[in-house]
Design a protein around this ligand. Sequence first.
Ligand code: CS2
Length: 491
Amino acid sequence: MTDRKRLSSLADIAGSASRPGYEPGRHGRGIVHLGVGAFHRAHQADYTDAALAARGGDWRVVGVSLRGHDVADALNPQNGLYTLIERDAAGARARVIGSVERVIAASREPAALMQALVDPATRIVSMTVTEKAYGIDRARMTVALNHSAVAADLAKPAQPSGVLGVLTEALKRRRASGTAPFTVLCCDNLPDNGAFVRAGVIDFARRSDPALADWIAADVAFPSSMVDRITPAATQRTLDDAQQMTGCVDHAAIETEPFRQWVIEDRFPGGRPAWETGGALFVDDVRPYETMKLRMLNGSHSMLAYAGFLTGRRYVRDTVGPAGFRPLVMRHLSTAASTLRPLPGIELDAYAADILARFANPAIAHETRQISMDGTEKLPQRLLAPAVELLAKSADTEPIAFAVAAWMRYCLGRLDDGTAYALNDPRETDIAKAISGVRSPSDLARALHALPGLFPDRLRSDPKWLDAVSSRLGRMMTDGMEAAVASELAH
Ligand code: CS2
């Protein structure tokens, strides 16, 4: 094993893996991507690889890790090359991706980050940094002053470390040097994600430099996008399979499902790669696609993650397999679909059936624990917004009440057998404080509904909704999670 060569050039590849359809070194960079984790490598970098092969162009990606340096340490010695493995029941296929040029670990080399961002060759700055990294208050569409990165960057705007601070400082320097701005492309699972980041950046800039804020408002494009590809964390098996399929040691290999989807608003004043050659769909308004994906795929994902994790179902596939609770997932999908407006070209029943088949993929080991994290960042768009709309039309909210009760049960931090686990939520301290000493399910439900800025007033004040949630939470606490799932199935 150890005498194998580390993947670092296309000439090293000796195995079934296919190679990029172009010579990576012949293409310059055009994109800086913040948050170069598994999802980016399975999604945007893959589409960019397809675009480079089909149409060429100087669109390689400089990846950035805003916090750690593991990805930089894995990818840089490999000249950015890594193996992307697609798995399904029929087997596994591997491709070596050539679209990433290198990775900057920003905490180690902050100057290199700014240099890449102000480089006129950088025409797009995209990001997948997860919901909690932004520090934007959605209700007010302003910066969240209590967000640690926002607070630190407002205090020292010239040495930023967070997303808003980094984007604003880079745009400020480009404006000062007369360089055209880059397009900002958010690829996180957030509704109206372009407008969301735009509001955050403009508000951040306005606090120190109103003229800069006006320039950003007038001249910087923030197209929205909807992204989709189920990508579990890589494991030792991923790395072993990559080695077997490339003949090289690859510390940056990842695995994913065959399905991928990307819907993007076509507003790129500085140009863009021909992502449509990889199957991306360019539309005028991404919002209906984003709402569909957030409420159907991500909403049912969150429901099955809490119910699955708390009943000892380690992987998503176990929740929809023979020993799972597939009808609850189907019920959630159809409730979520009932909140959507028709979208030309999309059959919601077929979309739901595809989601179920993707969840059931026997070759993808996606941990329910992974999806359970950051619930306070995920619930509003996935579960609470559709619940409000259902209540407004007096429709059945019980499937969503079950999902919310399962999240609340998860917030208690102990399995039925008493085993403790970490919540992994940016508001876990607030949650612990809110429920400390609270015993009854209805008081717990009320305490969690009262967390500032999380639940919409419409839900907090609706007795029927509160009862639907707390009666389910009560069953989960008294009879155990498995019995609560069975009772919900019998409902
Ligand atoms: C998941 C998503 O972890 C989660 O919260 O729901 O990451 C999901 O796998 C992706 O959005 C699929 O595109």
